[in-house]
Design a protein around this ligand. Structure first.
Ligand code: NAD
Ligand code: MG
Length: 400
């Protein structure tokens, strides 16, 4: 799809006030002729959203976590922007006729309904919201197929794999592929003595060595649950079994992932760690457009190193592989329990090392089901949240 040939691409940005939202707007602003912003969304941060609307002039804006407010609507109208309220408006803008492409950059399970609505409406879907795919893999991929949507990965690893896979007729294929290798930085605690992990703070967990990201994904990177979610994401995006998806620690975050072929060739994608690179790739695809990222200077980088992940240090990674093998709604349970545990850790209640324990217990307690229908997925999500909350209450009771 070429924006220049067909006129500007109508773009909806879900999660505009977040970290991916900011990087997306930065790339879009470099190519004003290619993209026409249809809508920007945020949950409750009205002032930051209004500021973005003044600068980027979308047609519409959504505050999904706010009730109708006339005064606020008037302030957005002054910026030339129609303001909508409530979670339902996310699905409305994602499926609207003027929208050609949707950047799904809401964090967590909350992004599922709008991301799925975009898939069902056959949009070009730029997927950052990995949790949506983790929760509802089979039904999500079916919606993409049935509606003829185009799914382009934004997660840097999956975007790298997509770039390294053979392309036939505009789609990535698995011809000759033996396996994929997802790289992981290992996060801020890769070399922290194990006995110190018990006492790490949210601030330490959010201080990622290579990437500046939202707080939830930063904690996921510190536990390596982020990589676990990404293994599940890759399983659905590329249709590979878990045995063909390997994780390798690469602390420099320069090689973003690799594809190994049956002849022994391994193809990798490299760049400086800057989310504008995968975002520009997906926004421009199949064209290449400027991202604003610094050019890679390998001489300055010096060394690229690799090591195997230590599963004793990162039990969450193993839990994610177990959830894929269990199948059905197990990944939805894993994801929901993780969201509850991470929120509790970020609030200063739960210990870092208990995050994995809460997820493991929730997986054991919530009975499995089918992930073919949305009702089953949402029910598993709700049951996992209750199980995780109970587990956390018990742990806090024991600690008191
Ligand atoms: P963030 O916390 O910086 O931003 C989240 C956005 O979602 C905000 O705009 C917020 O208003 C909105 N939001 C939060 N809760 C919501 C709710 N309940 N309903 C509707 N909107 C809500 O997060 P982020 O780091 O930009 O990550 C967004 C997604 O992209 C996540 O799924 C993350 O895993 C994925 N991702 C992020 C990065 C990164 O570098 N930040 C890299 C790869 C993938
Ligand atoms: Mg990633």
């Amino acid at each position: 799809m070429n924006g220049a040939a067909r006129g500007p691409l109508g773009l909806v940005l879900l999660g505009a006030t977040g970290s991916i939202g900011a990087s997306t707007l930065d790339v879009v602003a470099r190519h004003a002729d290619r993209y026409a912003l249809q809508a920007l969304t945020a949950h409750t941060s009205a002032d930051p959203l209004l500021e973005l609307c003044r600068r980027h002039r979308p047609r519409r804006a959504v505050l999904s976590g706010c009730a109708e407010d006339k005064a606020l609507r008037a302030r957005f109208a002054e910026a030339g922007c129609e303001l909508l309220f409530g979670a339902g408006a996310l699905e409305e803008v994602a499926a609207a006729p003027g929208c050609d492409a949707v950047m799904a950059a809401i964090v967590g399970a909350a992004g599922l309904p709008a991301t799925l609505a975009a898939a069902r409406a056959g949009k070009r879907l730029l997927l950052a919201n990995k949790e949506a795919l983790v929760m509802a893999g089979p039904l999500f991929m079916r919606a993409v197929r049935e509606a003829g949507a185009t799914l382009l990965p934004i997660d840097s690893e999956h975007n790298a794999v997509f770039q390294c896979l053979p392309q036939h007729g505009g789609a990535a294929t698995l011809r000759g592929v033996r396996r994929i290798l997802l790289t992981a930085s290992g996060g801020p605690f890769r070399a922290t003595p194990l006995e110190q992990l018990h006492d790490v703070t949210p601030q330490q967990a959010c201080a990622h060595p290579n990437w500046v990201m939202g707080r939830k994904i930063s904690v996921d990177s510190a536990t390596m649950m982020n990589k676990g979610l990404e293994v599940i994401e890759a399983r659905w995006l590329f249709g590979l079994p878990a045995e063909a998806i390997e994780v390798v620690i690469h602390p420099q975050s320069i090689v973003h992932s690799l594809v190994e072929y049956v002849d022994g060739s391994v193809i990798a994608q490299l760049s400086n760690p800057d989310m504008r690179v995968p975002i520009a790739h997906a926004l421009g695809f199949p064209d290449r457009i400027e991202s604003g990222a610094r050019a890679l200077d390998l001489g300055a980088v010096g060394q690229l190193t690799f090591e195997r992940p230590d599963l004793a240090r990162f039990p969450c990674l193993q839990l994610a592989y177990s959830a894929i093998l269990a199948g059905g709604t197990a990944p939805a349970v894993l994801n929901a329990a993780n969201e509850v545990a991470v929120e509790s850790f970020l609030a200063g209640r739960l210990r870092f090392t208990a995050i994995g324990q809460v997820i493991e217990e929730s997986l054991a307690r919530v009975a499995g089901g089918s992930a073919e229908a949305i009702e089953g997925v949402l029910d598993a999500d709700a049951r996992a949240r209750r199980a995780a909350a109970q587990c956390i209450s018990r742990l806090l009771g024991q600690a008191a």
